[in-house]
Design a protein around this ligand. Structure first.
Ligand code: 9MR
Length: 373
């Protein structure tokens, strides 16, 4: 009896692993179309959960660090660099034979206050800020020269209306801070690809502003390889049409496109129209799927995901990478944004690291798409 049970269990385990082995992965299915990436956090870099480590290695051909290469974590104080986490992150990508990209060199957020003030707390001159930018970029890009394929050089410099964001960089240096950042990054690693990265690129005014910036950078002799469209999406927005229009505009501008931070929140969004409260504090109403997602809602999410993925595949001549912002639903930043403590389901693997049903469909779609020449 005991032997029978043990052999039955063994058979189940063997069958399950054979099934996993036989399944095509997203990494394999997207090969030759675009890189398929994921943002990883430090628990994952440190391999705390073996199931997550296995998933990252199996399903993705590229990784990006969710936080550890941002200005503040890497240079919390002037000339005090903290490399340990970023070093481990890059080593993980190499171990997994994945393309490694860096995020992000210049951003108004997650940056030490020291960058903008002198010892007396007074705002620094344009020359001092420019030199601090140069030093930061030279140190970070220089350290990983030849190992990081490309960098999000500047992140989120525009407002949704297409105006420059009134960040400290902008206040002190004007829009030229963008040009300087690209110049310094190119000096530090002439072979690295350089990207501009932003959210809501589907918004026409913002997309037009980015296209204009690309032209200006090129006229100034700067290298810019791609625009990263983050792709933080909701159930109602952006529409497929708006997304396609933005891809067309970027393609026409002659840059490659990266979908850099893709996720689709399934929860009601306080940003979506007037019927929803502008108060971003927690309410049960804004967190409706704690126990389960109704089938109709799940189907809608699946369709949105598939439609968008189909669009990225349609443009795979210019879309070089599609990266998910989070490995599974449990680790997604959306569980805490824009309302803390909700339960969202925005990415492709569930809280047990299992594939959602939509993944099979995506794999089929990718396999049907012809590879790049
Ligand atoms: O996912 C990141 C989260 O863990 C951080 O707390 C947050 C800090 O601002 O940044 C998140 O990542 C952002 C990315 O770096 C830039 N685009 C928006 C992302 C979501 O906020």
């Amino acid at each position: 009896m005991k032997i029978k049970i043990i052999s039955a269990i063994a058979a189940i385990i063997i069958m399950a692993s054979l099934q996993t082995m036989a399944q095509k992965t997203l990494r394999e299915a997207t090969k030759g179309k675009f890189l398929f990436g994921v943002a990883v956090n430090m628990q994952q870099v440190n391999g705390i959960n073996p199931a997550e480590s296995e998933l990252i290695a199996r399903e993705f051909s590229a990784i990006v660090p969710e936080n550890v290469m941002k200005p503040q974590p890497i240079q919390p104080e002037e000339n005090k660099f903290f490399w340990d986490n970023a070093d481990k992150f890059v080593a993980l990508g190499e171990k997994n034979k994945q393309v490694v990209t860096g995020h992000c060199l210049i951003w108004h957020s997650q940056i030490g206050r020291w960058m903008f003030v002198d010892a007396a707390g007074k705002e620094v001159s344009p020359e001092v800020l420019k030199e601090r930018m140069r030093q930061h970029i030279a140190a970070v890009v220089g350290r990983y020269k030849g190992r990081v394929k490309g960098w999000d050089v500047v992140n989120e410099a525009f407002e949704d209306n297409g105006k420059y964001r009134n960040s400290k960089f902008y206040q002190i240096l004007g829009k030229d801070f963008i040009k300087y950042a690209f110049q310094f990054a190119h000096e530090a690693d002439p072979d690295a690809e350089l990207y501009y990265n932003d959210y809501n690129v589907e918004n026409p005014a913002k997309c037009d502003a980015i296209v204009e910036m690309v032209k200006e950078l090129r006229n100034a002799g700067c290298r810019i390889d791609a625009v990263g469209s983050q792709g933080h999406m909701h159930m109602k927005s952006p529409t497929l049409e708006a997304t396609e229009t933005s891809l067309k505009k970027l393609k026409a501008a002659g840059v490659k496109i990266l979908i850099t931070e893709w996720d689709i929140s399934i929860l009601p969004s306080p940003f979506d129209g007037a019927e929803i409260s502008k108060n971003f504090s927690y309410s049960k109403e804004m967190d409706p799927y704690r126990d389960a997602i109704p089938d109709s809602v799940q189907q809608k999410w699946n369709k949105h995901m598939l439609d968008m993925f189909g669009l990225f595949l349609k443009y795979h001549d210019v879309v070089d990478r599609v990266t998910l912002w989070g490995l599974n639903d449990a680790v997604s930043w959306l569980n805490n944004f824009p309302i803390r403590g909700r339960k969202d389901y925005p990415v492709l693997f569930d809280r047990n690291n299992q594939r959602k049903s939509v993944v099979e469909e995506m794999i089929k779609m990718a396999e049907k798409t012809k590879s790049k020449k």
